[in-house]
Design a protein around this ligand. Structure first.
Ligand SMILES: CCCCC/C=C\C/C=C\C/C=C\C/C=C\CCCC(=O)SCCNC(=O)CCNC(=O)[C@H](O)C(C)(C)COP(=O)(O)OP(=O)(O)OC[C@H]1O[C@@H](n2cnc3c(N)ncnc32)[C@H](O)[C@@H]1OP(=O)(O)O
Length: 194
């Protein structure tokens, strides 16, 4: 069973997404947007360490290996962890649009259980844009990039400015992030988005 709840269907005057001219090339690894991110950061010991690559158009692919720390039931991935992997993959689409966006709504279908040690092969694309609203979908497969579908999601992301983070984040974490030249460089790349 699957469905789409209110808020995830683009309005009639939504437009097709446009890949930013300076978007990373198809196949390019996107890297982490923040080293302490639970989804993609290298400095999070129990994080997902999800690795995303740019795809064609406004799409990405990503891989995530389910570790023992990600269990919900014995030997099986926790559903919230899988939702995080889908959320992170959808979030990585920001690199293709070169604009910062946060998750407003995320709807997940769990189709098959995902055992520990499984690699989840994810793909995601933006389907439509309406003002600040970005509509997207993601799929996670097991057994290979063309294997059976285990999870699916639809997302609604909302474009924000950098001050969304500086106004709302804990001051010590913002200060630490802003003293890291790599984070500043990555954040600036998004700020110059026309
Ligand atoms: C200093 C360090 C900076 C570090 C960051 C740097 C770089 C980042 C770069 C790249 C990112 C790359 C990868 C990202 C990777 C991972 C992604 C993980 C993503 C997340 O995990 S992120 C955390 C969870 N996320 C939140 O923490 C959001 C909390 N939330 C809010 O902060 C507000 O809620 C907000 C801002 C969403 C909206 O607030 P707002 O006041 O700005 O706007 P408003 O409410 O007017 O909404 C505008 C239009 O969106 C519609 N709308 C809004 N929400 C809706 C909903 N839920 N359902 C249906 N429609 C919705 C309205 O109906 C309206 O629609 P309309 O225009 O048609 O009327």
């Amino acid at each position: 069973m699957s469905g789409t709840s209110e808020g995830l269907t683009p309005p009639e005057d939504a437009v097709k997404p446009v890949r930013h001219p300076d978007a990373p090339q198809p196949g390019e690894l996107l890297g982490s947007h923040y080293e302490h991110c639970f989804g993609c950061g290298g400095a999070q010991p129990h994080g997902l360490h999800l690795e995303a690559r740019a795809g064609e158009g406004v799409s990405v692919t990503a891989e995530f290996t389910v570790k023992p720390a990600h269990q919900g039931a014995p030997g099986l991935a926790h559903g919230g962890v899988l939702a995080t992997a889908l959320d992170e993959t959808l979030g990585a689409l920001s690199w293709l649009l070169r604009g910062i966006a946060v998750t407003g709504r995320l709807e997940t279908d769990y189709v098959r259980p995902v055992p520990v040690d499984t690699v989840l092969y994810l793909d995601a694309e933006v389907t439509a844009v309406h003002k600040r609203k970005i509509y997207s979908r993601a799929t996670g497969r097991i057994g290979g990039p063309n294997g059976p579908v285990a999870v699916r999601a639809k997302g609604l992301f909302i474009k924000v400015e950098v001050d969304h983070f500086t106004r709302n984040g804990r001051a010590e974490d913002i200060d630490a992030a802003m003293s890291d030249p790599d984070t500043v460089r990555r954040t600036r790349a998004f700020e110059v988005n026309p």
